[in-house]
Design a protein around this ligand. Structure first.
Ligand code: DC
Length: 216
């Protein structure tokens, strides 16, 4: 098998930033699977397709092509949607539609295909448990709910200083999304039994990156 590092954890735990840096340091591909679910989410919601097993069939999903360009930007049917998938709505659509079996089947197959085409750092919720259960290295990244919400809020403020959202709103949305991601029947957010747990609440990004690289 081609080398894979699996990094899972809840939203705002710092896993995206860390996974990206680890990939850069190793010269490996960075695969953000949350971005893939977000792209599918905005596509389905944009077409008003109900979030149900009946409505989201394999054939509906065949009309949705998700891929990455050479710079790692996410493409939805050929269009770069890197910016559009950053919104809180896109996060909610991703969490909602990612419960459905056809969505998970298609995304899991695509993630395996992309991840196995070259050494990759793959980041998500079910990478160490479902997508790459035989990954060479597995990490589960967590942080306190307050710290995670604070990070998300700072990111949002930096992008849009006029945002009407409050820290409290972010904390509430985060709790709803984490609970939905952890309680769903298919591939829930969960630490693989052989994953190394890293709590980033009081760690700098560099410390976490070094901690991961120390395992290589
Ligand atoms: O990592 P993120 O916040 O961009 O992920 C958005 C949503 O996508 C998340 O709330 C649940 C879903 N997701 C998933 O079900 N499985 C993954 N491997 C990655 C994300």
């Amino acid at each position: 098998m081609v080398a894979v590092i699996a990094i899972d954890g809840p939203s705002g735990s710092g896993k995206s930033t860390v996974a990206k840096l680890v990939a850069e340091k190793l010269g490996w591909f960075y695969l953000n699977t949350g971005a893939m679910y977000r792209a599918v989410g905005i596509s389905l919601a944009g077409r008003n397709i109900p979030c149900s097993e009946q409505a989201v069939s394999d054939s509906v999903l065949e009309s949705i092509d998700v891929d990455f360009d050479a710079e790692g930007h996410i493409l939805l049917n050929g269009e770069d949607v890197s910016d559009r998938i950053q919104s809180p709505e896109a996060a909610r659509y991703a969490s909602d539609y990612s419960k459905l079996s056809a969505v998970r089947r298609r995304m899991t197959a695509l993630q395996r295909k992309i991840g196995l085409s070259r050494p990759s750092v793959v980041e998500g919720r079910d990478i160490g448990t479902v997508v790459f259960p035989d990954a060479d290295y597995k990490f589960f990244i967590v942080a306190s709910p307050e710290e995670r919400a604070r990070r998300r809020y700072a990111q949002l403020k930096e992008k849009d200083p006029e945002t009407p959202a409050t820290l409290d709103d972010i904390l509430k949305q985060q709790q709803e999304r984490d609970s939905q991601d952890a309680k769903r029947a298919l591939a829930p957010l969960k630490q693989a039994t052989d994953a190394i747990l890293i709590d980033t609440t009081e760690k700098t990004i560099d410390e976490v990156v070094e901690r991961i690289l120390a395992e290589m």
